[in-house]
Design a protein around this ligand. Sequence first.
Ligand code: ARG
Ligand code: ZN
Length: 848
Amino acid sequence: PAKRLSDYRAFPFELEMVRLDFALDPKATRVRAQIAIRPLRAAAALELDGEQLVLRRIAIDGRSLTRDEYSLSDTGLVIGAAALPAQPFTLETEVEIAPEENTALDGLYMSNGMYCTQCEAEGFRKITYYPDRPDVMAPFHVTVTGDAPVLLSNGNPVVQETGRAEWVDPWPKPAYLFALVAGDLVAHSGQFTTRSGREVALNIWVRPGDEDRCAFALGALQRAMAWDEQVYGREYDLDVFNIVAVDDFNMGAMENKGLNIFNSKWVLASPETATDADFERIEGIIAHEYFHNWTGNRITCRDWFQLCLKEGLTVFRDQCFTADMRLGPVKRIEDVNTLRARQFREDRGPLAHPPRPDHYREINNFYTATVYEKGAEIVRMLHTLVGEQGYRAALDLYFERHDGQACTIEDWLKVFEDSSGRDLRQFKRWYTDAGTPRVTVAQSYKDGTYTLEFRQETAPTPGQPQKPLRHIPITVGLLSPEGHDLIETTTLEMTLARQSFAFEGFETCPVPSILRGFSAPVVLDYAEGSAPDPAFLLAHDSDPFNRWEAGRRLSLANAVAMAQGAAAPDARYLEAMGALLADESADPAFRALCLHLPSEDQIAQSLHERGMTPDPDAIHTAHEAMITALAQAHEPLLAGLYDAMAVPGDYRPDPEPAGKRALRLAALAFLSRLDGGARARALFESADNMTESLAALAQCIGAGVGAGPVDTFRARWSGDRLVMDKWFTTQLSASAPEQALARVEALVEDPLFDWKNPNRFRALMSGFSGNHAGFHRADGEGYRFYADWLWKLDALNPQVAARMSTAFETWARYDAGRQAHVRSQLERIMGEDGLSRDLSEMTARMLG
Ligand code: ARG
Ligand code: ZN
């Protein structure tokens, strides 16, 4: 049965203090809980969540409860009102759990002999009986005993002895922020002094041997702490901040109070093992989890329907942080690319849901691009609507009004309404409604007046047939025929179905630059005859996002035409790209982004948006032909860039050298079509960093000279889990579609394929599903292979299986034959016994 937002009821008790005592053992960990409880309403029963727990003792104020005073089920424990004192009391329980048997990696589990926890969203109930809901907040005092050398939990350490540690977290928190780590760990340590003078000890805890890969993460943490003080006025509030890297982790990272736990992939970095993109992501994720301390922990969510309250806001914060640390415009383009590739894709298919859903069966299925990335876009739109100062005023009010509380989207919007005086009722639709609005613009020019007329419409999504109008901020500029800005960039606010905006005093018709900075997450279309020349904007637009967007429009239009049979890209496109490549004034990182063609999945999406049925094989052929045509058209220019963008000296992960490498490697991808992989082979031999090694490996494979490098790479890195993940992925993403299935079938036999490790499983299976034409083989064998593995993983780790099932979410785009193949796989999964709630919900939604 689904849980519903409308069913929310406040918890009738307050938790004043939680004492937990862990005696660790892989097979039988004993957890003793003493919870000081104050009843808020008379005669309420006490409902506690609990799963997979063996109850050893239950008592109130020292008196053991009799069997008729409480009821036990698979999902929890209810103590009848009759057994509860009317005054504050202490509930005491003792349970036993087996972390070693926990393969779902949710709750307390083991990774390489180390104990660790993941409690968001509902993992704490696998640790002890507790009201496992985010609106129940309490201070924690945790005692851990065990033979591991390092014993960690949330807050500040108060006792640290051999085999025993005590931690006190004074800040009331919901159970999902609880964490415990115990194991043989070493720290890479540092320090941060907050602006009010608190000395904070910082530690990055890793397995012995990994200490030399922590320096970057530590620096990123220090930068994030300083940034949150400067930009948001937020200071850290404990004496220690610990980060632990774990090899077996379902997601990216987790913001547990004072004890962040990370997938080791997003902590460990050295030039030899991490790419430029990894360094940037690590910095962003470290910041993201740190920023949660205020947006998530100090102010948390009332219930899980409000997840985007903390995630959308925190993603927006980490995006701005990265934009400040690196190249802002480049970061914005990267973010929009991800949004379109993942969120727009989700929004067009059977899994579309609002950023704030109103029902779910399994909340872990809602840690989605819509909640995170679209959630961030909504905060960005609020920022645009009220301006930088208005945003800061709203956030100050948010922290002042809601510190220590568990809040809702309504609370969040209210601080913007109260601080800005605006009415945000229509704007709220962004949170409650699914689907990507389509905005169509028509221009007209008469007697010096230039008019833009916009129309908006949003297609129905599952469960939401009617789509009320949205409040859409549309940031625009107007250019002269010479390419100069004629007006200051302004934001138009669209609230109606059709709406015109007039600009006066022009001698000639200006050229519009619409949706600058991608000011709203919409699909923008031009009415007949209203589209500006993309080549002109690619050359002249002062807004870097729209400049890139113009190039993207051109390449998509060409890809779409070629996927439908056009023999070659048009000459004007090739010419425009050549001009951009040669434009020395444009940042190398920006030029690299312009060179990246839309992915085959994005081309398929684009065809689907235009009402056509994508043919994966034709798309692949078109994509390949475009690369070759661009390479042939600009070989000397590309070869010149390949040489000029070489970065001499020691590797540094900074934005400037990283941008040069990005342009150089983008050029390499084209040149490898012409030189038989000669440059890629040479680079593979000489590279001293993972960014170049990996790109060279991919190009060698693409050029058909990959066999040697694939073996060399494996021999060199077989002892390194994170690097081997890249080896698995790259072989599939770079493989020819007709070979992808055979390759993945061979790779699952590789002794290094450990399907129980989420990173390794994802590396291989996402590598395969990311090979668009390989996965979407017409004979359906790609689907069958993938479904077999999803089903197999589901028995072990439902969360990861359910998440990876989204490879099928686009199935309705394709032809009847492919649709029938996907449907039969989804139905097969649906029919299996013992299917998890996670995967069954996903499958049912995809089947519609
Ligand atoms: N709150 C974490 C983050 O975004 C994500 C943890 C989600 N984990 C899960 N099992 N659903 O930073
Ligand atoms: Zn988060």
